[in-house]
Design a protein around this ligand. Structure first.
Ligand code: HEM
Length: 503
């Protein structure tokens, strides 16, 4: 029943999943049979395998039970055929480049506000950067204690770690107020009942996609969302006090809040107080099908708002985390990126927002991001399920079996990417030279990530502010990371920042 699940999960946690898979390939060949999460499974990799996984219409999507329950029955991952096309099409009307183009300025405003609130004025602080969630997942879930004396690198004046609005933060020996810094005294023991909430990527998505501005509502949303996420990979045991039960309760609170937001926005649209393109929710509410009825049901909007939040927030924060780590470790890449961004900054007057054209001049930065995603894809892989008996590579895969794909195995194939261990952003100078279905950090085919452009914009804007306004160095020399299931630096990547003179 358990089969190889524990072995794979253990390897992911220890950052040896790739080796685990390579060993399988050496032992059993390119196509092998295993049992994962209670189901008979076939592991396949490589260009032909990816093409099969991402385009075959005899494969349906397959998510773990816990994820299905938490994201909802009508989220894109669960939909197929015409339903998938309809809901995905509706989401894409807001996420397509032609629409997102107009939001670069708003994204800029959100990013610079974040840095002003949490970074500016801090001459030299030990900071846990944008990835507080990752750190807090590691150290501080519901019943855990986080003893700062065990982590001297995290001491100092840290703005934004704790959100005192949320009543269930428990902490001993710390001083905080809503607007000011949280002073963590050496030796303080902090108990978080909640997890990170002020991450950059979360704020961007809340504001741009859901029109949720800072305040008590957004704070609650973030709190519940983090509680929900904790159970995505947990055993689906809905019993009192299990992690999964906690997540189910958080999901139900989020659902009620999103329903309220939908009603408010529908009313505002009727009164023409907001435009259809105001945010993702107003956009979804404004699409009408036959008979002028709304194309998506409220349930579909709720489930997909939650999915977009889940799919978009962790992945982008992982990418930014690795970029920050790389830029601290690689002076050549850093200097090249800095030059690219300083040129753009110099061309602008004080306070002028970034534009879509500016982003097109950040080509090297995006190549670096793509190369990071090749080496450390935030989405390690995934599952599909056979809808009928199907043949692949000379083997018959029976109906109902899982098909498991893993991005890394193709990304590290030296017949596709020469010297695959070498970090080389030049590989993406001409993206059409990468053979199809070989670079799958964003998936491929009809389910290719619809958030690609959104992720690109937020990454480029965030890196622009980081390199033009701050310098930083890593507090720990530890470059290891573990898969949780997204890859996260084991030490949480604390950094020490210094504010630059603004150009
Ligand atoms: C670096 C950032 C990101 C990476 C690496 C990434 C990666 C992926 C991958 C690999 C898939 C396909 C999974 C599969 O086929 O099984 C996917 C799907 C998806 N992603 Fe992303 N993603 C990122 C950012 C985002 C953002 C910012 C959003 C939303 C704004 C988003 C929303 C989604 C959604 C809704 C799906 C499901 C699509 C479908 O089933 O049709 N992603 N993503």
């Amino acid at each position: 029943m358990i089969g190889q699940s524990l072995g794979l999960l253990r390897a992911m946690k220890a950052n040896t999943a790739e080796k685990w898979l390579e060993d399988r390939v050496t032992k059993y060949g390119p196509i092998s049979k295993l049992t994962l999460f209670g189901l008979p499974t076939v592991f396949i990799h490589g260009q032909a395998a990816n093409k099969f996984v991402f385009t075959s219409n005899v494969l349906g999507n397959q998510q773990p039970q816990s994820m299905k329950k938490l994201l909802g029955q009508r989220n894109l991952f669960e939909l197929s055929g015409e339903d998938h096309k309809r809901v995905r099409g509706a989401i894409m009307t807001f996420l397509k480049p032609e629409v997102l183009k107009q939001y670069v300025g708003k994204m800029d405003g959100e990013v610079s506000k974040h840095f002003e609130m949490y970074w500016q004025g801090q001459q030299k602080v030990t900071f846990l950067l944008l990835i507080m969630d990752i750190l807090s997942k590691r150290y501080a879930s519901k019943q855990e204690l986080f003893n700062y004396s065990d982590h001297p690198e995290h001491m100092g004046v840290v703005k934004g770690i704790v959100n005192p609005i949320c009543e269930d933060v428990m902490a001993v020996d710390w001083v905080a107020n809503v607007d000011g810094p949280v002073v963590i005294r050496p030796g303080a023991v902090m108990r978080f009942n909640i997890l990170n909430r002020w991450t950059l990527t979360f704020n961007i998505i809340s504001s741009l996609l859901f029109g949720l501005e800072p305040g008590a509502r957004r704070a609650k949303f973030v709190l519940w969302f983090e509680q929900m996420i904790m159970g995505m990979w947990a055993a689906p045991l809905n019993l009192p006090f299990t992690r999964f039960n906690n997540s189910i309760r958080a999901r139900s609170k989020i659902q009620n809040m999103v329903m309220d937001i939908i009603h408010e926005k529908r009313l505002a649209l009727e009164k023409q107080q907001v435009s259809p393109n105001q945010d993702l929710i107003t956009s979804l509410l404004s699409i009408h099908g036959e008979g002028n009825v709304e194309l998506l049901s409220d349930k579909e909007i709720v489930d997909n708002v939650i999915l977009v939040m889940a799919a978009g927030h962790d992945t982008s924060s992982v990418l930014l985390t690795f970029m920050v780590q790389l830029l601290a470790n690689d002076p050549i890449v850093y200097a090249t990126i800095l030059q690219e961004h300083e040129e753009i900054a110099k061309s602008k007057t004080s306070g002028e927002l970034l534009t879509w054209e500016d982003l097109t001049n950040m080509k090297y930065t995006w190549r670096v991001a793509l190369e990071i995603l090749r080496i450390s894809p935030p989405v390690f892989g995934g599952f599909r399920k056979t809808l009928k008996d199907v043949e692949f590579g000379g083997y018959l895969i029976p109906k109902g079996w899982q098909v498991f794909w893993a991005a890394n195995m193709t990304h590290r194939d030296e017949s596709i990417f020469s010297e695959p261990s070498k970090f080389d952003p030049k590989r993406f100078e001409n993206q059409t030279s990468v053979p199809s279905y070989c670079y799958v950090a964003f998936g491929a085919g009809p389910r290719i990530c619809p958030g690609y452009e959104f992720a690109r914009i937020e990454t480029l804007v965030a890196i622009h502010y980081l390199v033009t306004r701050y310098t930083w160095k890593l507090c720990c020399k530890d470059n290891n990371f573990s898969g949780n299931p997204t890859p996260v630096p084991t030490g949480g990547l604390p950094i020490e920042i210094e504010t630059k003179k603004i150009l």
